[in-house]
Design a protein around this ligand. Structure first.
Ligand SMILES: C[S@@+](CC[C@H](N)C(=O)[O-])C[C@H]1O[C@@H](n2cnc3c(N)ncnc32)[C@H](O)[C@@H]1O
Length: 297
């Protein structure tokens, strides 16, 4: 069958399934299925594909039509211009979380031209220790290890399956040597580390358990529940972190966390009630998405 005909059939199927941009997605899926860039596909509409290629492609289109996220179908995604493996045991890294990665790099002294210059910097020079709580795919831990120099990262998660993917992603991106993986329940385990950290980053689960409004069906149905929902109105991870900060944050250290679109004030209150000063960083849509905290001096 010709590429042009296949693309039409696939786009129609995706349209029936109410996928938002069916023609674009049909091209993406075909490009991935036959291992050629999209430009090649559009430049060769008359090229005939083999029955095996057609079958493989239509299977992927069917999976996408049932609502499975594209990244789980291909098993990979991009974050901070690096390649990451993903599967349904880990959250698909979000573009808004790149703001947290960029803030982390800024705090570690890396050049980030568009970052708010008032953002707190880690005061220590030389080798720094970073803790990533709820590492999932490892997208934050791996990006920070890749772009920052002279750091050691502890990447913690409750899920062994997530840690396995994070380990693979560290390997794919050649940073295994500076990341240690820790399996622990951050909310209840004591003594998961004997270190203090110069930078603590986290994109924890923060959707209130009883609030599923506004959640896209593909997120609710396909992404791991343990990566999404949190108790205490979605705030339990911030409370635990604030409570532990004197124990696990070095003097001059910085905490950076992602939060939900309406949680900035509550999260800042939590850190302030533990003697910390805070500030928020807005994402491109103007939402206060990242909260920075450090001990008041
Ligand atoms: C929102 S996801 C973030 C994943 C990744 N850091 C990212 O930004 O894409 C939250 C992660 O926290 C982990 N998690 C949930 N409960 C946890 C707990 N009690 N202790 C440690 N990690 C937990 C989940 O397994 C999940 O990988």
């Amino acid at each position: 069958m010709k590429i042009s005909r296949l693309l039409n059939d696939a786009a129609l199927r995706l349209l029936q399934a109410q996928i938002e941009d069916p023609a674009f997605e049909a091209g993406l899926i075909l490009s991935w299925a036959i291992g050629k860039p999209r430009s090649f596909i559009y430049a060769h509409p008359d090229m005939e594909l083999s029955p095996d290629e057609v079958r493989g492609f239509m299977e992927l289109v069917e999976r996408r039509s049932r609502g499975g996220p594209f990244q789980y179908i291909t098993g990979e995604c991009e974050f901070m211009s690096l390649r990451f493996k993903v599967n349904p045991k880990v959250l698909i890294p979000r573009s808004e979380t790149e703001l947290l990665a960029e803030a982390a790099l800024f705090s570690l002294g890396c050049d980030q031209p568009f970052m708010d210059p008032r953002l707190f910097r880690v005061s220590k020079q030389g080798a720094r220790r970073v803790l990533d709580i709820g590492t999932g795919s490892g997208c934050l831990a791996v990006s920070v290890a890749w772009y920052a120099k002279n750091i050691l990262v502890d990447a913690l998660d409750i899920s062994e399956e997530a840690l396995e993917i994070a380990r693979q992603n560290a390997g794919i991106n050649n940073v295994s040597g500076c990341i240690r993986f820790i399996r622990a329940d951050f909310l209840s385990d004591q003594g998961f580390t004997s270190h203090k950290y110069d930078l603590i980053i986290s994109n924890p689960p923060y959707i209130p358990r009883d609030d599923k409004t506004g959640l896209m069906p593909s997120v609710e149905k396909y992404e791991p529940e343990g990566a999404l929902f949190a108790d205490d109105g979605g705030l339990c991870f911030y409370k635990r972190l604030a409570g532990l900060s004197r124990e696990i944050l070095n003097e001059g250290g910085v905490i950076l966390v992602e939060c939900g679109f309406n949680q900035s004030a509550s999260v800042q209150d939590i850190f302030q009630s533990h003697g910390m000063e805070t500030m928020s960083i807005k994402d491109l849509s103007g939402t206060e998405r990242v909260i920075a905290a450090r001990m008041r001096v």
